[in-house]
Design a protein around this ligand. Structure first.
Ligand code: PMP
Length: 329
């Protein structure tokens, strides 16, 4: 199949920017509509339905560089691609290829770019018909996958401050939060900007009935009386890949079974630990919420242990978690 360019692991001739910026180097390629093209030339038309109405779904996948092993590891690529297929179904689309092929495509893309640093991969499946008229049916769809070098999205090495958002999470009866729908990220943007413009690092967003849902782009966990808790899938959360990974680590490494139940806003104020997690965010301790100090104002012991375990696992330093990883080279 896709053999336009031989696989290469050599470093790029042009240095790349540190985080999430479109690289201008002509060496960087993306996959679009059936083949590899320079990222700098990948464009969609201004009348594309997804651009006009947000009718698209996407995934965010990280790949971690391990310097000692000279290896780049795709993290939970299969799980992300399987969620992409689920989101596509909700939006009346099909993923255009099987999960195995999608995983292979991500490997191929990263190899072609020869990345030897932490990278973020963004597959997007979008309604590609160029037409006015809001609907989900009777539209073509297409796929693009790009990858860019990526560092931290929010701090992981210090506690962050959070504000309960005045905005509500989009509910399942408006735009289902379980699917990563592009248009729904306007909701996340409202919350994130409100929090940051008010001087906080992140937002914590509630459901319409006032329960804790999640961060603007992260799932939320709290520790209370030594128990680890997280909101359930009926509280308008994205069913996070990192959320499952945290539960896995807590159970296998610490004997902690996560309790999944609804959480009240005021419960967060008296929690001993709170953290946010997600592919972009990784794991970020929350040490103050709405001017209340969480615990003693530092990352707590359970959060600290999970941070350590998570970064060891994703960089391929824990053999027991090798099945989370897809080696790229
Ligand atoms: N919630 C939202 C709204 C998100 O955008 C993300 C990031 N994808 C998450 C939670 C975390 O999900 P994951 O761990 O699968 O990246």
């Amino acid at each position: 199949m896709l053999t336009e360019k031989p696989l290469s692991t050599k470093p790029l001739s042009t240095p790349l920017p540190a985080t999430g910026v479109r690289p201008s180097s002509p060496d960087v390629v993306c996959w679009m509509g059936g083949g590899f093209v320079p990222l700098a030339e990948a464009r969609v038309g201004v009348m594309t339905h997804a651009f006009l109405y947000g009718t698209a779904t996407f995934e965010g996948i990280r790949a971690y560089w391990n310097e000692e092993q000279g290896q780049l590891y795709g993290l939970k690529v299969r799980e992300h691609m399987s969620r992409l297929a689920d989101s596509a179904k909700v939006l009346l689309m099909e993923p255009l290829m099987g999960t195995d092929e999608l995983v292979a495509l991500v490997v191929d893309l990263l190899r072609r770019n020869g990345f030897r640093q932490d990278t973020y991969v963004r597959p997007t499946l979008y309604k590609s018909t160029e037409a006015i008229g809001v609907r989900l049916h009777n539209l073509d769809h297409s796929m693009v996958i790009f990858a860019v070098p990526f560092g931290e999205y929010i701090a992981t090495d210090r506690g962050i401050s959070a504000q309960t958002s005045s905005w509500r999470r989009n509910g399942d009866l408006s735009i289902p939060a379980r699917s990563k729908i592009v248009g729904a990220y306007a909701n996340s943007a409202f919350s994130k900007s409100e929090a940051q413009l008010n001087g906080y690092d992140e937002a914590i967003v509630l459901t319409h009935d006032g329960h804790v849902s999640e961060g603007s782009a992260e799932n939320l966990f709290m520790v209370r009386d030594g128990q680890l808790l997280t909101p359930g899938v009926a509280d308008d959360i994205l069913e996070g890949v990192t959320r499952s990974a945290m539960m896995d680590l807590a159970r296998r490494e610490m004997g902690l079974e996560t309790i999944v139940r609804s959480i009240d806003r005021s419960e967060l104020y008296i929690a001993s630990e709170v953290f946010l997690c997600g592919t972009g965010a990784q794991i970020s301790p929350v040490t103050s919420i709405d001017h209340r100090t969480v615990g003693d104002g530092h990352a707590g012991p359970i959060t600290e242990r999970l941070v350590q375990l998570y970064f060891d696992a994703v960089r391929g330093r824990l053999p027991a978690y090798q099945d989370w990883l897809t080696p790229i080279y």
